[in-house]
Design a protein around this ligand. Structure first.
Ligand code: AHR
Length: 701
């Protein structure tokens, strides 16, 4: 779908108030957009933590995404629903308070299947007798009555396991058999572990582990692949008939991000590192709240040995193992060089999933304690109760937590009451921690002490283009702002360039007001393309690939070219109408797939700042129209200008273009250089583009 541009109106475009300018039809006489930077005017500091990351277990962001575990449903608990919940005849899950959500799996052992080849016979069942431990009540009972050529169980991973020739894979599992000491093999049965292509055509690795049997025991083995396949399965077959119980069957690539055990997928985590995030927010998002209070992210169940963790059916409709748990989040933040931002449950379940549960005054104390214990786990002395557990889990030195958000998307009188109790308790014990409050409903003021407010926006491109001056009038005396979740998620397919350009316009507004907007994070971060819970996400992945959408490229550019102070920037450019824009208002008004009449944008949006460390002025300019335009940049109050500028351009002729797993490089930044003749120079802004210029300069003042 192509877009057309009509310059129709008289327009005055101000980053910081400029005079109106009349613009007629587009022709040779159309004045150039003017970008005027005044380094002598008051400057606003930009926090090093301006651009961060929001992580939540949604769309298999963790299990089947960032977390490198290859086995799906390793603990056989995936079909377990939280206490008190029910499953109806249509495979919906119902909470005790009546919230209904789809249950995506139809078997009681998702991820697992039974294999019988060449006359093999047997079965597989979910079993609750003789559990491994009380936190893992279910196990898989594999019965092989006739071996045939081979017979056993298969795990298909998270829509395939990516195996690479030459690499090592480490497996651990628990097994038990009954009737130990009897029969021809009193000490157990050999188990064959094979990594092979989805239908068995190609064998990538095979190892036999002898003598598996007796009471529950942990076994380990390593496999080196001699062939590659992005869509493997793990096949476990006994070498003779047996009934065997299996639990916590885990398989990790030996190479994880920073080589952490129980670690992250290298390729995926590297994409986060490339964003150079100022902070990492975790664990969410609505998973912090849960559909019920029991269903909240329970950090204490997410630490320690993986066989002792107790996962949960999360409110996005699938089971989380909690393998990527509180300790791993803290470690990841450190490995990314990002400040940790922990979001804690505030004694309230998700209010969007009505009716919500609210802890009463007595139980509220236990939720406050839960948050304090989390902080003690991360930062407490080795002699403290929870600090000792951190040390036992392999981390002697405390982790660092800079921010704690009290609740996620909670509001109303209950929230304000709970917020105050949490705020007081956290500040009393950890005065250095900066707290964040959920945004009060628009127009309402919170009476409580608030340091930072978390603002969320999921909107259409039209809305973000219309928010180019957001925060210009924000109360400079009130709390600071953290835009914790924002994205265009309607009318842009699974995330096209037009969406990204409008986000970039909103990001300029945040950066320009960086004295008030201290931090922001795009959301959600990931989707496994095999199970999308949210329409548009920053990074798409499958078992072997990951791709950053154009929004990812924009996030990366903005973080890499974050100035430490913004300079007063005036932009004069006409307002234009884009016609033939596909379904910009889908989701809220106009349905997806229809074409809206028009979209009003400015021909150019821009903002300049200084990178003092590198002694460079950084100019970001956005042209969201389908026509290239040449603007004129004027720099005032800057001296010692370089004669060359580095130019980073993200552009595509078609604003509806998207990066996909199959075509990941459709929209990627290009680097070039341009000559700069003095304090005034022309700059080419291609159609549908973000352009960043960097040139050596110092301020004269
Ligand atoms: O990012 C997806 C969801 O959007 C988050 O879980 C929630 O905080 C918001 O409503």
């Amino acid at each position: 779908m192509s877009m057309h541009m009509k310059i129709t109106t008289v327009a005055c475009l101000a980053s910081m108030a400029v005079a109106a300018q009349v613009v007629g039809q587009e022709n040779a006489a159309t004045p150039r957009p003017l970008i005027t930077v005044d380094a002598k005017a008051p400057q606003r500091a930009v926090s090093p933590e301006m651009y961060g990351i929001f992580f939540e277990e949604i769309s298999h962001a963790g299990d089947g995404g960032l977390y490198a575990e290859l086995v799906q449903n390793r603990d056989m608990e995936a079909s377990t629903i939280p206490q008190g919940w029910k499953v109806d005849d249509s495979n919906n899950v119902l909470t005790p308070l009546g919230w209904r959500t789809r249950r995506w799996f139809k078997t009681d052992l998702p991820g697992w299947s039974f294999l019988a080849e060449g006359g093999g016979e047997g079965s597989m069942q979910l079993d609750v007798n003789t559990p491994l431990n009380d936190r893992n009540p279910h196990s898989l009972r594999m019965t092989v009555t006739k071996r045939g050529t081979r017979c056993g169980v298969v795990n298909s991973g998270y829509w395939g396991m990516a195996i690479q020739a030459g690499e090592w894979y480490d497996a651990t599992f628990y097994a038990r058999t009954e009737g130990q000491g009897q029969g021809p093999r009193p000490r157990g049965v050999g188990l064959v572990f094979s990594l092979e292509s989805a239908h068995g055509g190609k064998l990538c690795a095979r190892v036999t582990i002898p003598e598996v049997g007796g009471p529950w025991r942990r076994y380990t083995l390593s496999l080196q692949a001699n062939a590659s396949d992005p869509n493997c399965r793990l096949v476990i077959t006994p070498i003779e008939p047996v009934t065997m119980w299996l639990d916590v069957v885990s398989l990790f690539p030996r190479k994880t991000f920073k080589d952490r055990p129980n670690g992250m997928r290298r390729d995926v985590a590297q994409m986060l590192a490339d964003l150079k995030p100022g902070f990492l927010r975790f664990p969410g998002g609505c998973v912090v709240e849960g559909c019920t209070l029991y269903n909240r992210f329970r950090w204490k169940d997410s630490i320690g040995d993986i066989s002792q963790r107790k996962g949960d059916f999360n409110l996005w409709g699938y089971y989380s193992t909690y393998g990527l748990g509180f300790h791993e989040y803290l470690q990841l933040a450190e490995d990314l060089g990002a400040e940790a931002m922990v979001v804690c449950n505030v004694g309230m379940s998700c209010q969007a999933r009505r009716p919500a549960e609210v802890a009463d005054a007595d139980t509220l104390r236990s939720y406050v304690q839960e948050a304090l214990d989390a902080l003690e786990y991360a930062m407490g002395l080795a002699t403290s109760e929870w600090g000792a557990k951190r040390v036992a889990n392999g981390r002697t030195q405390p982790f660092r937590i800079k921010y704690v958000e009290i609740g996620n998307e909670n509001w109303g009188p209950d929230y304000l009451r709970h917020y105050k109790v949490f705020y007081d308790a956290i500040k009393a014990k950890y005065p250095q921690i900066i707290t964040i409050a959920d945004a009060p409903p628009r127009g309402q003021q919170s009476p409580e002490p608030i340091e930072i407010i978390d603002d969320h926006f999921y909107v259409s491109p039209a809305r973000f283009f219309g928010m180019a001056n957001q925060y210009d009038d924000a109360d400079r005396k009130g709390p600071k702002i953290y835009v914790g979740e924002y994205a265009v998620n309607r009318g842009v397919g699974t995330g096209n360039l037009l969406g990204g350009l409008s986000e970039a316009v909103f990001m300029l507004a945040m950066e320009r007001n960086a004295d008030v907007v201290r931090m922001c994070s795009y959301a959600p971060l990931f989707e496994n393309v095999s199970q999308r819970n949210w329409p548009v996400n920053l990074i798409q992945l499958d078992s072997s690939r990951c791709v950053g959408r154009s929004s990812y490229q924009i996030q990366r550019l903005f973080a890499a070219h974050r100035p430490d102070v913004v300079l007063q920037t005036q932009v004069q450019a006409p307002q234009v109408e884009l016609t033939g824009v596909p379904a910009l208002f889908g989701g809220g008004g106009q349905p997806e797939g229809q074409t809206s009449q028009w979209l009003k944008v400015r021909q150019v949006y821009a903002l300049a700042g200084l990178d003092s460390k590198r002694g460079e002025v950084v100019i970001k300019a956005i042209n969201p129209t389908p026509s290239a335009v040449t603007g004129t940049v004027t720099l005032k109050g800057l001296t010692k200008l370089g004669t060359k500028a580095k130019v980073y351009t993200l552009a595509h002729a078609d604003a509806t273009a998207e990066n996909t797993l199959d075509a990941p490089n459709v929209i990627v930044p290009k680097e070039s250089e341009m000559a700069v003749a003095g304090v005034q120079f022309p700059v080419n802004l291609p159609a549908n583009s973000v352009t960043i210029l960097r040139l050596a300069a110092t301020t004269s003042g």
